[in-house]
Every structure is written in structure tokens, then in C-alpha cells.
Design a protein around this ligand. Structure first.
Ligand code: IMP
Ligand code: MG
Length: 179
């Protein structure tokens, strides 16, 4: 880890403990039901792999990859499906797993598409929430941490595809992207 460029916000142990708690709550909420957990690539891959190991109801997983037009730090609102789900979601309990909800535009679009496919329920679990930047009325059902308007990397989140492998949730030094 190049620690000059980042400031640790939540370390590995803290993140693990928080995800244990989220898994317990999700397990309780879906007791007696089955789940289809949908990870939004690529940012959610690490969070999803840890979270599903803490969920104790029968579940299946699938992935979706979407890309928003525009530069890497600003969401444009236009979203394109790069990889769609492999299976039908009709009649299923869907839990969308996302790394961070910023403007909310990406999730809004994903939910709109998925509701048309007649699932039984859709809920959202995000590792991070940046409510100050919201431009939609998206409210995640499960939130790891609420963060201020800073650029976050690590634990799956990237800046220009770097930093995803960092085990901690970190704030990226503005000097890195304000060049
Ligand atoms: P939204 O459509 O504005 O909610 O954008 C959500 C997507 O933008 C996330 O899934 C991330 O891929 C990306 N994103 C937003 N904020 C950050 C951040 O602080 N760090 C890394 N990626 C971010
Ligand atoms: Mg993402």
C-alpha cells in the first residue's frame, strides 16, 4: 500500500466487524426466505464475498456490470449495461450489493430495470453511503458506513482501477485526482 496517497478511514478489523453485523441483520430479515444476491461489478466484489459468508439463509449469487458515461469521479446519470444477469429474477428476493451510493443515479437505473423483470422484492445493501451528494430518492436498506463527500478507495473501490486490493477503506488524497 502506498500510504502517502491515502488516509485509512476504517481498517480491516473494523470493516470485518461491521460486515458481521450487517450479515446478522440481513439473516434475521430474510429468515425462512431465499435470496438472490446481485453484485454490481467491479466495486462490490470484495464486500459481496465477505457479506455473503455472514448471511445464513439459502442464497444464490449473480453479477451485473454497468458503466456510467463521463469521467471517473463524476456520475453523469446515463448508465449502460456492460454485463447483464445470467438468470431470471422473477419471483425472487433480490439483494443488490453495491460498493457506494453517491448520486444514486446508478442504483436508480438498475432498480428500474430489475423491477420490470418481476422480482418478489428488491433491497439494497451498500458498503458506503454518501447522502450529501444524492440526486435521487434512493435509500439503501443496509448501509455499512455513511461517509462525507470525499473520494474513497480500497476494499474494492478504485480510482482509475487502482487501490481496489487495499484491505482498508481509505480516503484518497485530493492531490492524486486534482491534477
Ligand atoms: P452514483 O451513480 O453517483 O451513485 O455512483 C455510484 C458509483 O460511482 C459507485 O458504484 C462507484 O463505482 C462510483 N463512486 C462514487 N463515489 C465513489 C468514491 O468515493 N470512490 C470510488 N468510487 C466511487
Ligand atoms: Mg460501482
Amino acid at each position: 500500500m502506498n500510504l502517502d496517497q491515502v488516509k485509512v478511514l476504517y481498517n480491516e478489523q473494523e470493516v470485518k466487524a461491521r460486515i458481521d453485523q450487517m450479515g446478522e441483520v440481513i439473516t434475521r430479515d430474510y429468515r425462512g426466505e431465499e435470496l438472490l444476491v446481485i453484485g454490481i461489478l467491479k466495486g462490490a466484489f470484495m464486500f459481496m464475498s465477505d457479506l455473503i459468508r455472514r448471511i445464513e439463509v439459502p442464497l444464490q449469487i449473480d453479477f451485473m456490470d454497468v458503466s456510467s458515461y463521463g469521467s471517473s469521479t463524476v456520475s453523469s446519470g446515463e448508465v449502460r449495461i456492460m454485463k447483464d444477469l445470467d438468470y431470471s429474477i422473477e419471483g425472487k428476493n433480490i439483494l443488490i450489493v453495491e460498493d457506494i451510493v453517491d448520486t444514486g443515479l446508478t442504483l436508480n437505473y438498475i432498480c428500474e430495470i430489475l423491477w420490470k423483470r418481476n422480482p418478489k422484492t428488491i433491497k439494497i445493501a451498500c458498503l458506503l453511503d454518501k447522502p450529501s451528494r444524492r440526486r435521487t430518492n434512493t435509500v439503501p436498506d443496509y448501509i455499512g458506513y455513511s461517509v462525507a463527500d470525499e473520494f474513497i478507495v480500497g476494499y474494492g473501490l478504485d480510482y482509475a482501477e487502482y487501490y481496489r486490493e487495499y484491505p482498508a477503506i481509505c480516503i484518497l488524497e485530493p492531490s492524486v485526482y486534482e491534477k
